[in-house]
Design a protein around this ligand. Structure first.
Ligand SMILES: Cc1cc2nc3c(=O)[nH]c(=O)nc-3n(C[C@H](O)[C@H](O)[C@H](O)COP(=O)(O)O)c2cc1C
Length: 148
């Protein structure tokens, strides 16, 4: 069973609600999730890091939400070698915007650059199409968690 550190990027709280659901579900599946809100670099990156699940919306014009931006920038600047770690991404967005779910795309690319290993494919939740983001995340998470 895996230790999963969940980091959240949100403006209006939708990603946080999705994250709470993921914590409940991962716990039921026997994993050990930890929800890190406004996580800083030191909370995420240490020798015990096993799995990171990034759950982030996109704001502005394809921008990363303020609460997760410091973590993104610290990872980018320090570029730790995370080859022992695995990651997944849930990217919330709205396809009515030009840069759909860009924050999630950027985070996935950054974690790839740290050599962390991608588990499955990112989940994209489009507010235009998905009335219940928590349900969409739960369906994806079942398959994702089975890969851990
Ligand atoms: C001001 C504003 C800017 C947004 N910009 C984008 C964007 O550039 N790309 C995108 O895919 N979604 C964009 N969105 C949509 C949000 O990412 C989407 O509604 C998401 O579900 C919000 O999640 P949150 O409540 O966790 O912040 C924007 C929403 C708002 C209100």
């Amino acid at each position: 069973m895996a230790g999963v550190r969940i980091v959240v990027g949100t403006v209006y709280g939708t990603a946080t609600e999705v994250a709470y659901g993921c914590v409940r579900q991962l716990t039921e599946l026997g994993h050990h999730p930890a929800l890190l809100k406004s996580a800083d670099y030191g909370q995420l990156v240490d020798d015990a890091l096993d799995v990171v699940l990034v759950i982030t919306s996109t704001t502005g014009d394809g921008e990363i939400p303020d609460d997760i931006l410091p973590l993104y920038e610290a990872l980018e600047q320090r570029m730790p070698a995370l080859s022992q770690a695995r990651f997944g991404v849930i990217a919330l967005g709205d396809s009515g915007y030009e840069n759909f779910a860009e924050a999630g795309v950027q985070f996935a690319a950054l974690l790839q650059r740290t050599q962390a290993v991608a588990v499955g494919e990112p989940l994209f939740i489009d507010a235009c199409e998905t009335a219940d983001p928590e349900e969409a995340a739960a369906l994806w998470l079942d398959e994702w968690a089975a890969l851990l």
